[in-house]
Design a protein around this ligand. Structure first.
Ligand SMILES: NC(=O)C1=CN([C@@H]2O[C@H](COP(=O)(O)OP(=O)(O)OC[C@H]3O[C@@H](n4cnc5c(N)ncnc54)[C@H](O)[C@@H]3O)[C@@H](O)[C@H]2O)C=CC1
Ligand SMILES: N[C@@H](CC=O)C(=O)O
Ligand code: NA
Length: 430
């Protein structure tokens, strides 16, 4: 058999340790599929004394990840440090400059610097692979970029953050508090180093920016993504959603609309009958709609050591086999300049939950504001009767423009009888 492909791994946290374990446990099938053994020979990590559950004997050890890229005996660099700048970026740039293929799980890096890094990879004539960066173990990159390459894609919808999906599922099923479930997701290795990236939707937005670039053949553009997280989703909204026939999911949606592409991440009410509504826990899903293929649904674990390592090692096997596709599916010159459509132009239905003072005339005040903004109601629920106290009112609307809804919401929030900031969740007709 040919000599082993020598791997240098930077970052031995959840994913790094998972990659070492997978390469060891499944060495036989990996070598058969790669055509040669794949062996980690060097690592860059900070703490030599930490027990990572995998033996590190005999590996060359670097404190400085950039030095790993300069190791003559390393054929491929695997970046698992994380962060859009700092050592991760320095390492990837150094490896590409040294003509070495790179595998990374770093969606923040790809979302913010993916265009420039792809140019460096093209110049060096090497692969920059990132299957693990989107939806963990699901082959979402390969599925979209290679598997659906012949289609015009109309829309890609995803549950793209395992931490949020895990939190929303536990809140619904176990009635637990947000903070308590977040701590559990962190312990399980799902959350980012800074968990606000998960719960504020930033991580899902990084992934959506990557998927949108691949689906629509345009340069990756994180700044165009509208981002909201799940901090304001309450157990009450989750319960009311169920009563209305919906589940609340944090979705990333990239869609061709009005000659442009809209990209948005926010909590959504999804009909319980849609396949994405039953994707629970740490599972992610990516739904792509192509003109010839129709709807394709991919589902699997989106975070954690095992699933993420599975995607990293799949990329290593491709590199060992010399299987290569341009980073963004086409050369930079072939990418389109389709404009981004701002969120203000979004059209859709809305769920609005208000805590109002239970007194005559309140509903008329609220519906009057909606009428002024040409927003038509689909349904209204008022629960309980507590004269002089706060009661929830739930309104669902027909399709209207985001800009109108924002205008109406500002006026409704300012009414004396509205006692808390309104909860607004978009209803998706998928
Ligand atoms: N944990 C997960 O489920 C998934 C993580 N990812 C991505 O994989 C990457 C790694 O994530 P995790 O393993 O979860 O993070 P982690 O925080 O568990 O591991 C990162 C490791 O890098 C080390 N590190 C930091 N600076 C370093 C430096 N200068 N030199 C060497 N090592 C350094 C840290 O000490 C830590 O051990 C991130 O980009 C993350 O977004 C992607 C998909 C899933
Ligand atoms: N923090 C991320 C990890 C995978 O990308 C998530 O929760 O999905
Ligand atoms: Na993936």
């Amino acid at each position: 058999m040919t000599r082993p492909l020598a791997i240098g791994v930077a970052g031995l946290g959840t994913v790094g340790a998972g990659v070492l374990k997978l390469l060891r446990d499944n060495a036989g099938i990996i070598a058969a599929r790669a055509g040669r053994p794949i062996a980690v020979t060097a690592v860059a990590a900070r703490d030599r004394s930490r027990d990572r559950g995998v033996p590190l004997d005999g590996l060359r050890w670097y404190e400085d990840p950039v030095a790993l890229a300069g190791d003559d005996k390393v054929d491929v660099v695997v970046e698992l440090i994380g962060g859009s700048d700092g050592p991760a970026k320095g390492l990837v740039e150094a490896a590409l400059a040294a003509g070495k293929p790179v595998v990374t799980a770093n969606k923040a890096l790809l979302a913010l610097h993916g265009g420039a890094l792809a140019e460096k990879a093209d110049t060096a004539g090497v692969t920059l692979a990132f299957e693990a960066a989107v939806a963990g173990g699901i082959p979402a990159i390969k599925g979209l970029r290679e598997g659906l390459a012949a289609n015009n894609i109309a829309r890609v919808t995803g549950i793209l953050n395992g931490t949020c999906n895990y939190i929303l599922t536990c809140m619904r099923d176990q009635g637990r508090e947000f903070a308590d479930v977040l701590a559990e997701a962190q312990k399980l290795g799902y959350a980012e180093a800074d968990p606000s990236f998960d719960i504020d939707g930033v991580d899902a937005a990084h992934k959506l920016a990557i998927l949108a670039a691949l689906a629509f053949g345009r340069p990756v553009d994180f700044s165009a993504v509208h981002v909201e997280g799940i901090r304001n989703v309450t157990a009450l909204d989750i319960k009311l959603a169920e009563e209305l026939g919906y589940r609340i999911k944090l979705l990333g949606i990239a869609q061709a609309v009005d000659g442009g592409i809209s990209t948005r991440v926010h909590p959504c009410m999804v009909p319980v009958s849609h396949p994405i509504a039953v994707v629970d826990g740490v599972y992610n899903a990516v739904v792509a709609e192509g003109d010839f293929v129709g709807r394709v649904v991919l589902e699997g674990r989106g975070a954690g050591a095992g699933p993420t390592a599975s995607a990293v090692v799949a990329d290593l096997i491709d590199i060992a086999r010399n299987r290569a596709t341009p980073v963004w599916g086409a050369s930079a010159a072939a990418l389109s300049n389709t404009p981004a459509v701002p969120m203000d132009q979004h059209t859709g239905a809305y769920y609005l939950r208000l805590m109002v003072l239970d007194r005559p005339g309140v509903v008329a005040e609220i519906t009057g504001v909606l009428r002024d903004h040409s927003i038509s109601l689909e349904s209204m629920i008022q629960r309980g009767r507590s004269p002089g106290e706060a009661v929830p009112i739930v309104l669902t609307t027909h399709d209207c423009q985001e800009a109108s809804m924002r205008g109406a919401l500002a006026r409704i929030a300012a009414l004396d009888s509205v006692l808390e900031p309104p909860a607004l969740i978009r209803i998706e007709s998928l």
